[in-house]
Write a protein that binds this ligand. Sequence first.
Ligand code: FAD
Length: 305
Amino acid sequence: MAVFTAYTNDQIINFLKEKAPHADIHIDDKIAAEHTANGKAEDSIEGKILAYVAAGDKEDIRGVLQTAQKFHLPIIPQTADTSTVIGADGIDGGIILSLIKLNHIKEINKDDSIAVIEPGVINQDLDKAARKQGMFYAPDPASKPISSLGGNISTNAGGLSGVRYGATKDSVLGLKVMLTNGKEIKLGTRTYKQAYGYDLTQLMIGSEGTLGIVTEITVKLFPIPLGKTITGIAFFDDMAKLADGVKAIRNSGLYPSMLEALDGKTVKALDRYEETNYAQSDKSSLLIFSIDSASELKLKLSKRF
Ligand SMILES: Cc1cc2nc3c(=O)[nH]c(=O)nc-3n(C[C@H](O)[C@H](O)[C@H](O)COP(=O)(O)OP(=O)(O)OC[C@H]3O[C@@H](n4cnc5c(N)ncnc54)[C@H](O)[C@@H]3O)c2cc1C
């Protein structure tokens, strides 16, 4: 015969406070609203969370997981909360577990071309710290100044440099992940070559917090390319011709570090918003490109599209 025990919210919160002694624990409506549905409580489709918990250390993370297990509560990991697909939003009666305070860059190792960081480190902060040592962190979602590495990994974020450097998954070498039972596992390694066993690191990437809590991340860094970066725009009659141009650039051996295609409607919308005058016709398309280490190259336009 199943035996059910009912607990009050106060009993749950008291247990949580005991198990997560260094965390900021908020149960007030204002904080709950701010961290539910990207800060727009009126847009919430799921309801009100029980608590928002910003962990101060791993003991706190474990404590939140234990609380959730004991009282059968859903947990929603969250870091910088910039997700545009409600992945980090609270759900009714759940606990938002925020990793935003775990924001230390533990190591930047130029010899090994890697960095080891906590999940709350903001993408741009890691990149800036690496650049001080002549390296850079490549993945560049448009949210680079505001989103975290923990969130980038859990969504496999990617941006304009993806054409050369790939998305987040292409820069992650290893992870530490805390499972729902509070056990922390180590996936991957610090080396660029890893050729044995199942690739559980890649399984975690893009899993949006459904498999565990990312607690530590080892990423690749690249040396800043020699020479000067060239960034420019090119116009094409339509998207088909632009695509031909992109194919030619990609096969040329130039290795562009950024390509972004905008169709005619998007260019017009941009013109309206920015009060610019780029749109040449309804169809005309625009390619933004960047080539790093290009100063020694003499770029010749040998073909017209
Ligand atoms: C202006 C703007 C521009 C954007 N541009 C891009 C873009 O160019 N490319 C792109 O890919 N995305 C983009 N995004 C979406 C968003 O920034 C990314 O998805 C980003 O990776 C989320 O990071 P975050 O730290 O905000 O994560 P959150 O929003 O806090 O969380 C995102 C997801 O990851 C999970 N999660 C967070 N932290 C952890 C953790 N430590 N362990 C386990 N799971 C975790 C959450 O549960 C949620 O499912 C943009 C968003 C905005 C607002």
